[in-house]
Design a protein around this ligand. Structure first.
Ligand SMILES: NC(=O)c1ccc[n+]([C@@H]2O[C@H](COP(=O)([O-])OP(=O)(O)OC[C@H]3O[C@@H](n4cnc5c(N)ncnc54)[C@H](O)[C@@H]3O)[C@@H](O)[C@H]2O)c1
Length: 507
């Protein structure tokens, strides 16, 4: 759904044969509902076609639906993997410094599914649970090389010291490595991030010129680092809230808008465009629209460059997507959920601006609605009140405190309360997510079955506001997301998917 002009909202969907349709409505709600209905119909039609094929006698057609028994072809992870990061702030420096500390044997990759996680294969009695990094061909940590862009000129050692996440003793041990990573001049627009400004910014006549400069940076880094593959990971500040417009609807309209300096093209979109044009996957760690527009989906599919986002799922939302599924599983009702945060890092300062906060708020608010499905359970969730606040409070730095007050009700409507006080460390929670996304997006890029599909929904596990095929509602439940991710890995390696049915143990 997108706004064509004030008062004209376009529903936009594909039918079961892949044909694109658009219809105009006078309200966003009506357009969104129409799009959801049509998309649900498309998915139902496709599913029934596949079932019919499965029932047909024709073995070649049947293969289409039993494909999970074959191994998807995946190129080996040979050579270096270049990680390019727009936004060399707290999250980016904690990630890069962490990778180097792990490589030097100074620390362990706590929190990383790709490094510490296992995947069960076959029956519970088979005793097969390899490490994920041994089950699928991932790049090794020693093969990662880094670059980035930022509006400030600090190198990674200075930026990490300013961010104050890791202790200075650890950073000093990594100084020779970190101080060599200096930021390239950024593509920046103060209108999109009002609370900060810096000197290290590219100049160009049009936004297309800026995209071309980024494409040069990408090619130059590939050459100078000797990387055989690249990935872009947005760790830049949260940009002001915008809704998709006509400029975002196709590669053609997007390129026209770049040439015409359309104000609806945000800097993060210019990085994404440059990356996808160079065939480089793009992951979005912030809640900005960025790659969540039809133009980027089109470009991603055209150039076999996977995309995913949005907004790392780290502290409060991680807890929300664990607790809310438990309430729904036990049919406990919810009257209200009040979430507030205090944090004092630069991210907190940026989010103090109403435009950037609105982007984050939208990302955080969607979660409960999708998990609890009030339209299916009106007695339990029809009247829930959900509020999210973020307060900039400098003394806390990166050590955010997230409070939740949850008003639930049980048998015969009797009320109860739950209080959660998560004294977390924002970037410590985000860094392993960045590592996993880098390695899994690179895997997707090397995999015949995944590289051309565009959105990598199987990576929803890492995001507050997961991107999905147009019109499909996102899965927010952390454990559904984990199952989806692991089943995707099993599928890629031709292993049986795990359904947890388990009747075979009782034959
Ligand atoms: N737990 C977490 O830390 C967490 C969770 C979810 C999302 N995020 C998001 O990740 C992003 C990074 O968080 P952070 O704590 O590292 O913030 P940060 O403020 O420390 O770092 C962001 C960096 O991006 C730079 N920047 C801004 N616009 C840029 C542009 N156009 N090009 C290049 N650089 C640009 C800023 O100068 C800054 O150095 C934020 O958008 C944040 O909302 C963080």
């Amino acid at each position: 759904m997108y706004q064509k002009h004030p008062g004209a909202y376009m529903a936009d969907w594909s039918d079961a044969s892949g044909h694109r349709h658009r219809k105009q409505f006078s309200t966003a709600k009506a357009a969104r509902e129409h799009e959801h209905r049509e998309t649900a119909l498309t998915h139902a039609l496709r599913a029934s076609r596949e079932l019919k094929l499965a029932g047909d006698g024709d073995a070649s057609k049947r293969k289409m639906v039993t494909e999970s028994a074959t191994i998807a072809s995946t190129d080996p992870a040979q050579g270096k993997l270049g990680v390019m990061i727009p936004g060399m702030g707290a999250v980016a420096t904690t990630f890069v410094a962490g990778v180097e500390a792990i490589r030097k044997g100074l620390a362990k990759p706590i929190g990383s599914l790709t490094q510490m996680g296992t995947v069960r294969l076959g029956k519970r009695t088979d005793g097969r649970s390899p490490k994920i990094k041994e089950f699928v061909p991932l790049a090794g940590l020693n093969d990662l090389v880094f670059t980035g862009w930022d509006i400030f000129e600090d190198n990674m050692y200075e930026a990490a010291s300013n961010a104050g996440v890791l202790d200075q003793r650890t950073l000093d041990q990594l100084k020779p490595f970190l101080s060599k990573i200096t930021p390239r001049p950024a593509v920046f627009d103060h209108n999109y991030v009002k609370k900060i400004d810096g000197p290290n910014v590219k100049k160009g006549r049009t936004k297309m010129d800026l995209a071309d400069q980024l494409r040069d940076d990408i090619r130059q880094f590939k050459k100078s680092s000797g990387a055989s593959r690249l990935i872009t990971m947005w760790c830049g500040s949260t940009e002001s809230y915008i809704e998709p417009t006509e400029a975002h609807q196709s590669v053609k309209t997007f390129e026209k808008a770049l040439r015409e300096n359309d104000e609806m093209i945000a800097p993060s979109m210019i990085y994404a465009y440059a990356s996808l044009k160079e065939g480089v996957p793009f992951a979005n760690g912030a809640p900005n629209l960025t790659v969540d527009i039809p133009a980027m989906l089109e470009l991603s599919r055209e150039n076999d460059a996977p995309i995913c986002g949005k907004d790392f799922k780290t502290g409060q939302t991680l807890m929300k997507t664990v607790l809310a599924p438990a309430f729904k599983a036990r049919l406990l009702g919810l009257n209200g959920w009040y979430s507030t945060n205090i944090l004092g890092n630069r991210d907190g300062e940026v989010l103090d601006d109403p435009g950037s906060f609105k982007t984050k708020e939208e990302s955080k608010l969607g979660v409960l609605e999708h998990i609890l499905q009030p339209s299916l359970y009106p007695d339990l969730y029809g009247k829930m009140f959900h509020k999210v606040r973020i307060n900039y409070y400098p003394p806390r730095g990166d050590n955010k405190e997230g409070w939740d007050n949850i008003d639930i009700f049980g048998w015969l409507g009797y009320p109860m309360q739950i209080k959660v006080d998560f004294l977390c460390r924002d970037s410590i929670l985000a860094a392993p997510i960045v590592l996993d996304l880098v390695l899994l997006m690179d895997l997707a890029h090397r995999c015949s079955e995944l590289k051309g599909i565009g959105i990598q929904e199987w990576l929803s596990f890492y995001f507050k506001s997961p991107m999905t095929a147009p019109g499909l509602y996102p899965e927010h439940d952390l454990f559904i997301q984990l199952m989806k991710l692991k089943n995707t890995l099993r599928h890629l390696r031709g292993e049986e998917l795990i359904t947890h049915l388990g009747l075979e143990y009782y034959d």
